[in-house]
Design a protein around this ligand. Structure first.
Ligand code: ATP
Ligand code: MG
Length: 484
């Protein structure tokens, strides 16, 4: 390859770096600035045109300096995040208790749901860090109910809370209590609250699927009805105790059948919070969180993610996580199915020029060799899984449909209207979605315009660099491996 080819690659990496820089995606920007420099430098070494070489050296210096600045911003941000976390997690165990899965998840990992995070801070974190505010008549919420369609982050929010605040965090699944402790389940609830009362630290008791304990007493029938009524009565009694003497306990319940909850229990959850389907900005954040910034994994730009976000109206957070998982598997499946692979040179943005890897290819590719991933002698260490592209995610969206129906959403909104005093919830959420859509589409248009301007200006100032304006070609270009 000649210098022109490397300059062309350098220019493309540079464009991606600038876009990421403008979008404040600094880790991505740093990676592409460095990659651009490396590509320009290789071009420089092969360039016989001395005046152009000198011009290029100056340019590379500028890009390196911007990469250094971006590195500084990343380091500053890291320091900031460290300060932001109030305290580390402390969790206590209890029988029939299920505690988070150990993965690091603070509120930062939760897309949207700002009103829920705010109420969690008021109910749990504020009384802990500013206890003097809660003396006398001002008391923190003792019961908070999270309700909404499945997969919208109710359980996930509780896990995040356990990481944000230094509290004893006890998480129980109500259906577990009912099934594991048949007949004795009210004793389990009693000892759970007693343990929490003894603790010197504030305690959050999170009861997932609270409707399976707290279903309306009138509707309880059959052989277990009596045991079930006793269990509910015990829970009501324990929750009463929480407010009067034991201010350090907060009970958080989660359900997707809020309307079935017994009225006495509903009253004890003084704060009821609707956890709706994610709006457009939250969907974008969920895509960003799930795809991450690993440019070896995918070639998705912010503009791509905005377009995908627009296609996923009505998807729950967990539907979107499934879409991402499906898209991430597509290139792997391509490798599974491939009957031919070809050798390519690796360009991973690091200093590994000269290393080769294997990518799947068509059976009639002149450089392809017949082999299968499951062959005994397949050199697994050389396999380069192609990156996830916009087209992959689009296919995943077509395959995974939204799991929550309109009727179900209406049911939750009705409860919110009736018991949270949110009279105009349907129109408020619709207006918010429209406003977010408008804002993001404007951002998309601005990104398109500025990318066009950059291309045009660099075409006029650097006529020797090859110009390309196809965004689809850009997706295809940004691959881990560059075929020879
Ligand atoms: N707000 C969010 N931001 C990012 N990811 C989310 C969010 N909400 C949910 N998720 C993802 O979706 C998955 C399922 O969420 P979760 O189990 O909390 O749903 P849920 O509301 O408790 O559903 P259910 O009512 O069925 O219990 C989470 O593990 C997480 O990966
Ligand atoms: Mg849940």
């Amino acid at each position: 390859m000649d210098s022109e080819e490397f300059y062309r690659r350098g220019k493309k990496s540079l464009e991606r770096a600038i876009t990421a820089d403008e979008n404040k995606d600094y880790p991505l920007a740093k990676e592409f600035y460095e990659r651009a420099c490396e590509e320009y430098l290789i071009g420089l070494r092969r360039d016989a045109n001395k005046p152009r070489q000198a011009q290029m050296v100056e340019r590379v210096k500028n890009y390196l300096s911007r990469a250094e600045t971006v590195k500084g911003i990343i380091a500053e941000k890291r320091k900031g995040n460290g300060r932001k976390k109030l305290m580390g997690p402390t969790r206590s165990k209890s029988s029939s208790v299920e505690i988070g899965d150990g993965e690091e998840r603070g509120f930062d990992k939760i897309a949207g749901l700002e009103h829920v995070k705010q109420s969690m801070r008021e109910a749990v974190i504020l009384p802990m860090v500013q206890p003097q505010l809660f003396k006398g008549k001002r008391v923190p919420w003792k019961g908070v109910l999270l309700f909404g369609p499945p997969g919208t982050g109710k359980t996930y929010m509780a896990q995040a809370l356990s990481e944000e605040a230094e509290v004893n965090f006890v998480s129980i699944s109500a259906s577990d209590i009912v099934s594991k402790w048949q007949g004795e389940s009210e004793k389990a609830v009693k000892s759970l609250f007693e343990e929490a009362k003894k603790s010197k630290k504030p305690t959050v008791i999170f009861i997932d699927e609270v409707d399976s304990i707290g279903g309306s007493r009138d509707k309880k029938t059959g052989s277990n009805a009596e045991a079930s009524r006793r269990l509910l009565t015990e829970l009501l009694k324990q929750m009463d105790g929480v407010g009067s003497v034991d201010r350090g306990i907060t009970v958080i319940g989660a359900t997707n059948h809020a309307e079935d909850i017994d009225s006495a229990l509903r009253r004890r959850f003084e704060k009821r919070l609707y956890v709706p389907l994610p709006g457009m900005k939250s969907r974008l954040k969920i895509f960003e969180l799930n795809f991450g910034t690993d440019t070896m994994l995918h070639s998705l730009t912010k503009s791509d993610l905005i377009r995908l976000t627009k296609m996923t109206k009505g998807y729950s957070a967990s539907d979107l996580t499934n879409v991402v998982n499906e898209a991430l598997m597509m290139p792997v499946r391509l490798c599974h199915k491939a009957s031919h692979f070809k050798e390519v040179h690796v360009n991973n943005g690091g200093s590994f020029w000269g290393t080769t890897g294997l990518v799947p290819c068509a059976s009639n590719d002149p450089n392809g060799k017949p082999m299968k991933m499951f062959d005994r002698d397949f050199p697994a260490e050389k396999l380069l899984v192609p990156k996830v592209t916009f087209a992959h995610v689009k296919r995943a969206i077509a395959k995974i449909r939204p799991s929550v129906s309109d009727t179900e959403i209406r049911r939750h909104e009705k409860f919110a209207e009736k018991f949270c005093g949110d009279q105009n919830i349907t129109s408020r959420l619709r207006n918010e979605e429209e406003a977010e859509e408008k804002e993001l589409l404007e951002e998309l248009n601005r990104a398109k315009e500025s990318s066009m301007m950059r291309r045009m200006s660099s075409m006029f100032s650097n006529p020797f660099l090859v110009f390309t304006n196809s965004s689809e070609a850009e997706h295809e270009h940004n691959r881990t491996a560059v075929p020879q």
